[in-house]
Design a protein around this ligand. Structure first.
Ligand SMILES: Cc1cc2nc3c(=O)[nH]c(=O)nc-3n(C[C@H](O)[C@H](O)[C@H](O)COP(=O)(O)OP(=O)(O)OC[C@H]3O[C@@H](n4cnc5c(N)ncnc54)[C@H](O)[C@@H]3O)c2cc1C
Length: 227
């Protein structure tokens, strides 16, 4: 459902106050609630990042502090549509502090280019929330990366890039700390009927789609068991 939940309140069950369709295309929390779109539920599972879960409902202090304790790295993604192959490799991890990105994924080296209009290279990065890269626009990001792309492939030319896009995801990677298992929050919150299921609870593995599917099954079992 294309609906941002702005707030969850209690009134003979739970009420989900929603923004109208299209709210996701604006900044989170900026669209007004549309009362006609209120949803009702006996139980609510928050699958949102912890900093969003934190503001969507009233929480007891200790639970709120545990939510606040989680931070995330932001993903900064630049997608290049190329005229010709960049390399013959699908996935390259980069651990070189002189290179301003962390990985290159040439998707059309996995799924053949014949199935796409062109060739696609995904330039991956994970940075702290306030990092300048999170504020660069697409043009600036491409410009910032060009020299390193040229170093990795001297035949690469700016004119190889036909179109380009950039994307940001603020809650891309929960940041673990020593003793992480003690920070992992249970599914059931102290407020009966309100549950939490997100990537901060994947342990001891790191986040990944398979683990989220497993987490979803486990939390659903917990909710069903609580009746
Ligand atoms: C750049 C990048 C690359 C990745 N690559 C891989 C990979 O190669 N392999 C792999 O296994 N995993 C990968 N992952 C991880 C994978 O995407 C996540 O582990 C998975 O998507 C987590 O699923 P989720 O349902 O917990 O959260 P999400 O998929 O983040 O879903 C949370 C949803 O909540 C919605 N939401 C947020 N706020 C609200 C609100 N107020 N109201 C309603 N809805 C809201 C969001 O729009 C979102 O759709 C990658 C992640 C990133 C960021």
């Amino acid at each position: 459902m294309d609906r941002e939940v702005l707030r969850v309140t209690e009134d003979d069950g739970f009420v989900l106050h929603c923004a109208g369709p299209g709210a996701y295309r604006r900044r989170a929390g900026e669209s007004p609630a549309e009362p006609a779109l209120d949803g009702r539920a006996d139980a609510v599972l928050f699958t949102t990042p912890t900093f969003i879960t934190r503001r969507l409902a009233d929480w007891p202090d200790d639970w709120a502090r545990r939510l606040d304790d989680w931070t995330y790295e932001t993903a900064v993604v630049l997608l290049l549509e190329l005229r010709r192959p960049f390399s013959s490799t699908y996935w390259t991890n980069i651990a070189d502090s002189k290179v301003p990105f962390l990985g290159l994924v040439e998707h059309t080296n996995l799924v053949p280019a014949e199935r796409y209009p062109a060739r696609y290279l995904y330039v991956a990065n994970y940075v702290a929330g306030g990092d300048p890269l999170t504020r660069m626009n697409t043009e600036e990001l491409l410009h910032h990366y060009l020299a390193a792309l040229g170093q990795m492939n001297p035949r690469f030319d700016r004119n190889d890039v036909m179109r380009y896009w950039s994307f940001r995801e603020e809650a891309a990677q929960p940041v673990p700390r020593i003793g992480n298992r003690h920070r992992v929050m249970p599914f059931a919150s102290p407020r009966r009927g309100l549950y939490l299921g997100n990537t901060t609870q994947i342990y001891p593995e790191d986040r990944g789609t398979n683990y989220s599917a497993r987490l979803g099954r486990e939390v659903a079992e917990k909710i069903a068991a609580d009746g």
